[in-house]
Design a protein around this ligand. Structure first.
Ligand SMILES: [Zn+2]
Length: 572
């Protein structure tokens, strides 16, 4: 553009805005539906980090600043809330949840916190008494690492207490399951059943008979025969999960794997769409289409859907798992597990298949989010991203690595180079820290949940929980990020404390960085004029209280698009 033209354009813009102002003065009238006064508002806006008041008109912030300024927006129709110095942050964004699974999980048998196999059996036994023969018992949350002998259980005692009901119990993290004989019979599984690619059937070393433990893809041998949820079941799971989200201040969530299985009568993406249309989604969902390469044909049947139902539903990304999890030794490592010689984990989806999906994703305007937990999986993801990038630049696509639990230190700078966003779940670090080093040893552990090294390399971290595997409360994740201590406060100095995040970084990972990971940083993630009016009011100042107090701090009020979607009794 020539200099002359630039000046002319500038003049035109100036005179246009002067015209607009004088003739449409009436429309610039200051009014708001909702005004919040007397707060400690942390905006996450670098230009105005703190404020004491704000005004909301329809679904947007129209003013952020001091009380006097906000009061100018009050009319007789305005709802005014006195915050009484309570703390406000932007609505929190959890970048990795499983909504349907969370909702379903609330209705299942809970085995979290069991400290031995006998406890698990007792809980199942009580359940057997309450249900009809033939009904399935689905449970989750056991972890043999928390048991005295740390040995994987086998099915015999479980089969004995539940001879008529098929039982399926997921290990914490869901990468393996324990099932009883009835379930195996229904699935037609015996010692002749062949292993399945990307998974493992644990067998008796002498007889070769399955012990009841099925890892990663081998789980489908059982899960494929359990009864499918109905449409109403799935709607109920989602609505209940969303209610839990807003009660802890989560105004947006990234659903890390919405299943589009051909076998299911109703696709989850359609369920989300109907709920968004009816205005029934109280928070905002960024859905990643999940599955594996078997469902490849289904991946791209929907074009990206951005900001559907008043910005309550966006669907423009795909999640695919490269490896398994560290707990079940399914995470893919470059060298053998320190506590299992010769074993390096398992590939869930070959990187060539993922590469093909990545190219399709670039061509069809989708983001690709690869689940990678082991250092080999992290490297394979970066390798395939790099290969794709050579022909189809991915920097603007904001590809993500979900988890990135273990990364080789030399691979860390490649994230920034490729514009790849690590999506990491802080709570996993404190739930894994008692055994993580046993798995990978002293040297490799330096790249385990290496938040500081990752942030210092120049990238952001999208923060998340991975519910229902861990607690839903975002303040618990923030606590984990800033302390690297478990909820009992141990170890006092924190587990590899040099990798901690600052309070500000942890908050950003749950606000503006989460928004960026979903291409939504211009729409949400901070309290700024023009952005969606999503916010949370907390009972305590989460930037100043002792870290331990984060665990007891409550969300008092949650606002999504200017609507109060959750209010705690104390706030009335
Ligand atoms: Zn997950």
């Amino acid at each position: 553009m020539s200099h002359k033209k630039k000046v002319l354009t500038g003049f035109l813009v100036l005179s246009m805005s002067a015209f607009t102002y004088s003739s449409c003065n009436k429309h610039l009238e200051k009014k708001a539906d909702l005004v919040l006064l007397n707060g400690t508002i942390y905006t996450i806006d670098e230009n105005r980090p703190e404020a004491e008041a704000l005004a909301i008109e329809r679904d947007r912030f129209v003013f952020v600043g001091n009380n006097a300024g906000a009061k100018k927006y009050i009319t007789e129709k305005t709802t005014v809330i006195d915050l009484k110095d309570k703390t406000v942050t932007p609505g929190l964004i959890d970048s990795h949840v499983h909504l349907e699974w969370y909702g379903r999980y609330q209705e299942e048998v809970h085995l979290h916190g069991t400290t031995n196999f006998d406890d698990v059996l007792k809980i199942v036994e009580q359940h057997v008494k309450r249900i009809e023969p033939g009904e399935w018992i689905i449970g989750a949350g056991w972890d043999h690492e928390d048991w005295p002998d740390k040995k994987l259980p086998t099915h015999e005692r479980l089969s004995a207490i539940s001879p008529q009901n098929p039982v399926l119990l997921e290990r914490d993290g869901a990468h393996s399951v324990l099932v009883n004989q009835t379930a195996m019979n229904l699935a037609g599984i015996d010692e002749k059943t062949k292993d399945i690619k990307g998974g493992q059937i644990i067998r008796d070393s002498k007889t070769g008979a399955p012990t009841g433990i099925f890892v990663d893809r081998a789980k489908t041998l059982i899960s494929s025969i359990k009864p499918q949820p109905s449409y109403d079941d799935r709607v109920r799971y989602i609505l209940n999960a969303v209610d839990s989200c807003i009660s802890v201040g989560l105004t947006s969530v990234h659903d890390a794997g919405v299943f589009n299985e051909p076998s299911l009568a109703y696709q989850m993406i359609d369920i989300f769409k109907v709920l968004a249309e009816k205005g029934k989604l109280k928070n905002r969902i960024y859905a990643m289409l999940g599955g594996n390469e078997v469902y490849l044909d289904n991946y791209f049947q929907y074009p990206p859907m951005i900001g559907y139902g008043n910005h309550h539903l966006t669907f423009r990304s795909i999640k695919i798992a490269l490896d398994g999890a560290m707990g079940s030794r399914g995470a893919l490592l470059l060298d053998e597990y320190s506590d299992m010689p010769g074993h390096r984990g398992s590939v869930v989806t070959e990187s060539d298949a993922i590469k093909k999906i990545a190219i399709d994703a670039v061509n069809k305007d989708f983001q690709l989010n690869v689940h990678a937990i082991g250092d080999s999986a992290s490297r394979l993801s970066l390798d395939l991203f790099e290969e794709v990038d050579a022909d189809y630049p991915i920097h603007e696509r904001r590809f993500r690595i979900e988890h990135l639990q273990l990364i080789s230190l030399e691979d860390i700078p490649r994230l920034e180079k490729l514009g790849v966003i690590p999506s990491m779940q802080a709570y996993h670090a404190i739930s894994d820290m008692n055994w993580a080093e046993t798995r990978v040893g002293k040297e490799r552990v330096k790249g385990n949940y290496a938040w500081r090294k990752v942030l210092d390399s120049g990238v952001i971290i999208a923060g998340g929980s991975d519910i229902p595997v861990v607690p839903i409360n975002p303040l618990w994740s923030i606590y984990a990020s800033v302390t690297r201590r478990d909820i009992d406060g141990l170890p006092e100095e924190g587990w590899y404390p040099e990798e901690r995040m600052s309070r500000e970084e942890a908050l950003k990972s749950y606000t503006i960085w989460g928004a960026y990971a979903a291409f939504e940083e211009k729409l949400k993630g901070s309290i700024e004029v023009g952005k969606l009016a999503d916010l949370v009011v907390f009972s305590k100042d989460i930037t100043k209280i002792a870290a331990e107090e984060l665990l007891t701090t409550k969300a008092l009020l949650t606002i999504v698009g200017g609507d109060i979607v959750y209010k705690r009794k104390e706030f009335e």
